[in-house]
Design a protein. Structure first.
Length: 102
């Protein structure tokens, strides 16, 4: 299945690369390329990855790449990579816009 990147995911990839490039520009390029390869591999079997939270979003799935979480949806003709976030980030707030103090 085809894999496409949302604007958010593209921006996050750029931010990841910029962060790593501060110390090692060459590694930044290769690490971002690794993440992109991992994202593209999701298209081979997208339903094999777990759902994140069925209550909040019954279609959102996740794949792990080192310390990064790749969040995606499966559409009719493509897998859409929605976000690529470091595992230390509050992904629930980003994904579900958690404004509720509950």
């Amino acid at each position: 299945m085809k894999v496409v990147f949302s604007r958010n995911a593209e921006r996050e990839l750029e931010e990841i690369g910029d962060w790593i490039a501060q110390d090692n520009p060459e590694r930044a390029r290769s690490f971002v390329a690794d993440i992109v390869r991992t994202c593209k591999s999701i298209g081979r079997a997208p339903r094999s990855y777990p759902l994140v939270d069925k209550q909040r979003d019954p279609t959102l799935r996740r794949r792990i790449h080192r310390n990064y979480l790749i969040f995606f949806d499966i559409g009719p003709g493509a897998v859409e990579i929605l976000h690529i976030l470091h595992d230390a980030q509050d992904y629930a707030r980003i994904l579900f816009d958690d404004d509720d103090p509950d």
